[in-house]
Design a protein. Sequence first.
Length: 155
Amino acid sequence: MEMFRQRTGIDIVRVPYKGAGPALLALLSNEADLLIANPGVFMPHLKAGRLRAIAVASAQRLALLPDVPTLNESGFPGLESGSWYGLAAPARTPAAIVQFLHKEVVAVLGQPEIGAQLALEGATLVGNTPREFAQEIRDDIARWAKVIKDANIKL
């Protein structure tokens, strides 16, 4: 939300909550006006008509919400964002073990029932290489460090 505020210049009051649950309750009770969170947080409320999806922050539309445009399609390019889950090992783990783990995880992610279940949560499977994943982490650190610095966010 802070990156959205910075890039668009929209005057939004940032209200930090202790997780998506309390933030969702604030949105449902009209204490908050908008929320950016993972699709799984919203789905029951979207289906019930209690909330309306405005846009998704992914690079492409989500299969789970095919009629909801991306922020890019909505006129806000460069705001792609999302959560990711990854598998990490200690830095000194032998390359052969890392490659074995990668191969096995990609095989599991390739199982249709796994992909279908994760898609129901709004997940997009990637299964990139360890090198690509490490670069993605470095890119995220740089992107969010700038947002944090520009917003003067402190612990």
